[in-house]
Design a protein around this ligand. Structure first.
Ligand code: ATP
Length: 603
């Protein structure tokens, strides 16, 4: 069943969007037809008024003039209504296309974002979508309005004089040629212009994101020079488009002027020869002016259509991109216990294999530590467990079911994943932690958020912020340290109480005291749910039921802390290195700041 507020149900094709708003377009078209009928009536009333005045019938002239005024006001009101109706259609299309754009972007995977940089996406989501809105609002209004205006004006003109009408059409073929010539160029130049804008936007974004690096290396000049290349390319494309748009009006205007000259010369002769009255001529002239606008607008409308088409072609690249990760077809299980099984999992970035035949089992409620040197593939495994990249089929099982066959929501709701490189939204600390909650502003949600913050050892720091939980953090708020961000992300993963927790190096940026407190919290969590802990810290790994050691994407050791410490392999050398580091740190520290003795492990 389709839900009208669900972006997944919005069509992305322009024709389907047009049909969806057909009621608005039809109402708008009806209003435009009424407006043009009223305008034709006005033209005839003008004729009556002029003829009555020249034949010295002042009352009849005044009556026709008054009627003419009423009809003109009526036409103006109908015109405004038609614009409001038609523009609503364009706005509706823009709203739905934008909603579905974000929905698609959420589905697309890393390979798409490597292909299309953020600046490009932003430019398509704003500029190109704006062009499509113009096409389906202003464009449709003008196409229909022009057809009706043309028909209504032509009717008046033919009614008044067929000969003069034919003479007035003398510039028509030239106008058609000009429109054809410009509209074919308009599409290409608009597309090039939008592409240049996308590249420039991406350059600005990259420059802003790396502004600290640029400043710290005093590279502002070099950065500006590099930016200028993109800026210049955009300027060149914009000017080329502006030249074309600028030349369209004068070229069309010049050809229309030829027709006007002919009307005055030939029309004057018809009036002097008694074939037309003065009122007929004035009325004809007014109708011709109404015909001139659609003819002049032809080029302008063609430009809107071509720009809209070019914008839509760029949006289609997003709408039609295939998501790498799709939901499985199995029904949503009633309950997830949290047993994880990884069998012969391999993964490559391009040609480079970074996870190679990894297997392990974590029973529901069990805990496992993934230990390894930097770059050994630990985070990649975590990402694959949560299906944030295309996990190979038949490699990861949740409660015995292949995660590729399960609905995506089931997998992602079941796995609370605290990322190593935590991202904070520009909103309050409370909303950042309660991000996954349905309504993070209720008192119950707040109690859960506070509890999660306490578990993640970040509560006292949040209380120290200017507005505690209501302090805005992230890009536009209070900047938090790497360790604070990490613990906020940990709280975010804990708050929903998922059956499985995947924690990617939650201790990499904390001091010894906080590390001990977080480890105690992880231990409490491990008593209630399945925990996969990625770490290079032996002190953390030792608390897990089992430890898997990775080296260059392969499992090289597995067992408990005691077994691996005795085995004399990579893990034992880690343990030794870290013991020496801790001993050295203890020598340097005053006794009061030494970390408390770690509580006993869950193993
Ligand atoms: N998006 C990516 N594209 C290409 N290569 C990648 C990508 N992400 C990671 N890699 C590479 O894959 C390898 C494994 O990376 P991964 O982040 O899984 O290691 P890790 O063990 O978690 O390291 P660390 O402890 O430093 O976080 C690394 O060599 C890394 O350079």
């Amino acid at each position: 069943m389709s839900d009208d507020s669900d972006p997944a149900c919005y069509p992305t094709s322009l024709s389907a969007q047009f049909r969806r708003n057909l009621h608005l377009y039809l109402s708008g078209a009806g209003l435009l037809a009424v407006q043009q009928l009223l305008m034709a009536k006005r033209d005839f009333l003008v004729r009556d008024a002029v003829d009555a005045a020249t034949q010295k019938f002042p009352d009849a002239a005044a009556q026709a003039a008054l009627l003419m005024l009423l009809v003109s006001v009526g036409a103006a009101v109908v015109r405004v209504l038609s614009r409001i109706t038609m523009f609503s259609g364009g706005r509706n299309v823009e709203y739905e296309l934008r909603a579905v754009l974000l929905h698609r972007l959420h589905q697309l995977g890393p390979s798409f974002f490597r292909r299309m940089p953020t600046g490009e996406i932003m430019s398509r989501a704003t500029n190109d979508l704006g062009q499509v809105r113009l096409l389906l609002g202003f464009g449709v209004l003008n196409v229909i309005g022009s057809v009706f205006a043309f028909a209504s004006a032509l009717y008046v003109m033919l009614h008044l004089s067929v000969k003069l009408t034919l003479a007035a059409m003398v510039s028509m073929p030239l106008l058609m040629l000009i429109t054809r010539w410009t509209s074919s160029r308009m599409f290409t130049r608009t597309r090039e212009n939008q592409e240049a804008l996308g590249k420039m936007s991406d350059r600005v974004l990259a420059s802003l994101a790396g502004v600290r690096v640029v400043r710290s290396f005093a590279l502002e000049e070099a950065e500006l020079r590099s930016f200028n290349t993109f800026n210049q390319a955009y300027l060149d494309k914009s000017l080329s488009l502006a030249r074309l748009r600028g030349s369209m009006g004068p070229m069309a205007g010049a050809s229309v002027s030829v027709g006007i000259l002919v009307v005055f010369w030939f029309g004057g002769r018809l009036v002097l020869g008694g074939e037309m009255s003065k009122g007929d001529f004035v009325s004809f002239w007014l109708a011709l002016l109404r015909l001139t606008w659609p003819m002049l607008a032809l080029g302008f409308v063609a430009s809107i259509v071509q720009r809209g088409r070019a914008g839509y072609a760029r949006l289609r690249a997003i709408y039609e991109a295939e998501p790498e990760v799709v939901s499985g077809t199995l029904p949503r299980p009633e309950h997830v216990h949290g047993a994880l099984s990884v069998r012969d999992l391999s993964f490559a970035y391009g040609a480079r294999t970074v996870v190679d035949g990894v297997s392990f089992d974590v029973p529901a409620g069990g805990s496992l530590a993934l230990v390894g040197r930097t770059g050994s593939g630990k985070s990649t495994i975590a990402i694959l467990l949560a299906r944030l990249m295309p996990t190979p089929k038949g490699a990861v099982f949740l409660d015995g079911a292949d995660i590729c066959d399960l609905p995506l929501e089931t997998v992602r709701e079941s796995i609370g994943y605290a990322q190593q490189d935590a991202f904070l939204f520009s909103t309050t600390a409370a909303r950042n932690i309660g991000f996954a909650l349905d309504d993070p502003d209720t008192p119950e949600a707040h109690a859960r958020i506070e509890h999660a913050a306490e578990e993640a050892q970040v509560l006292s720091e949040i209380h120290g912020l200017p507005e505690q939980f209501d302090t805005v953090v992230g890009e536009r708020g209070v900047q938090l340290s790497g360790g604070q961000r990490q613990r906020l992300a940990l709280a975010r993963a804990l708050v929903r109480e998922p059956p499985i927790l995947v924690l990617d190096d939650p201790l990499s940026a904390v001091d010894a005291k906080t590390e001990a407190a977080i480890l105690a919290a992880i231990e409490r969590q491990a008593a209630r749910r399945t925990v996969v802990l990625i770490t290079h810290r032996v002190a953390a790994a030792r608390r897990c039921d089992q430890i898997v050691v990775l080296d260059q994407g392969r499992v090289t050791e597995r067992g408990t802390h005691d077994e691996l410490s005795r085995a004399g392999g990579l893990y034992a050398s880690f343990a030794e290195e870290q013991r020496i580091e801790e001993d050295l740190a203890m020598i340097d520290l005053p006794p009061s700041s030494r970390a408390p003795e770690a509580p006993p492990g869950v193993a």
